[in-house]
Design a protein around this ligand. Structure first.
Ligand code: IMP
Ligand code: MG
Length: 183
């Protein structure tokens, strides 16, 4: 078997840096949503690690749901074509919704999902993304909470994948460009 570690470049964010930020975000969200019984909507699969850590830093009454979008289909470039492949279990009508995402890149997925969820008449709607590649944005999306601004590199770890690999890395690193160039 290949040593897949050879595909991983420099570490951008250590587990410790991420944990500190997640604690700050949890504190801010708890204070903003106290008494509002928000529903945290995790976007599968990338947000799962972030959401599970974030939830444990949130000390208010809340619930959790999940939604899955069609993705890059394993590649590193967005197709711009997005659709819901697994919908929420519960209604969000009159609920305070906080969408939890791993990374906002072009913003196309998030803009699509925002427009879709807003038609369901939530009481309020906001977005919390661990990472934001603001320089890569093609459509505007309003991020109420952002963990880190990151450069336009392809990142893996802490839920982020390259062809379904590396989600389990406990830190965030750049994938070496030679791994995906030519795609
Ligand atoms: P967008 O529609 O271009 O904003 O893409 C958002 C989705 O693409 C994210 O939810 C990720 O699943 C994926 N994505 C974007 N950039 C990266 C990256 O650097 N590493 C891994 N996945 C990424
Ligand atoms: Mg994703």
């Amino acid at each position: 078997m290949n040593d897949r570690k050879n595909e991983i470049g420099k570490t951008l964010l250590t587990g410790r840096q991420i944990a500190k930020k997640v604690k700050e975000l949890g504190r801010a969200i708890s204070s903003d949503y106290r008494g509002l019984d928000p529903v945290f909507v995790g976007i599968l699969k990338g947000s799962v690690i972030f959401l599970s850590d974030l939830l444990r830093e949130i000390d208010i009454e809340c619930s959790v749901d999940f939604i899955a979008l069609s993705s890059y289909m394993g590649e590193t470039e967005t197709s711009g074509v997005v659709k819901v492949v697994m919908d929420l279990r519960e209604s969000i009508r009159e609920r305070h919704v906080v969408l939890i995402e791993d990374i906002v890149d072009t913003g196309l997925s998030m803009a699509y999902l925002r427009d879709n969820l807003l038609t369901r008449q939530p009481a309020s709607f906001s977005i919390c993304s661990l990472l934001s590649k603001t320089a890569a944005r093609r459509v505007h999306v309003d991020l109420k909470y952002t963990g880190f601004e990151v450069p336009e590199e392809f990142l893996v770890g802490y839920g982020l994948d390259y062809r379904e690999r590396y989600r389990n890395l406990p830190y965030i690193a750049a994938l070496k460009p030679e791994v995906y160039k030519g795609e």
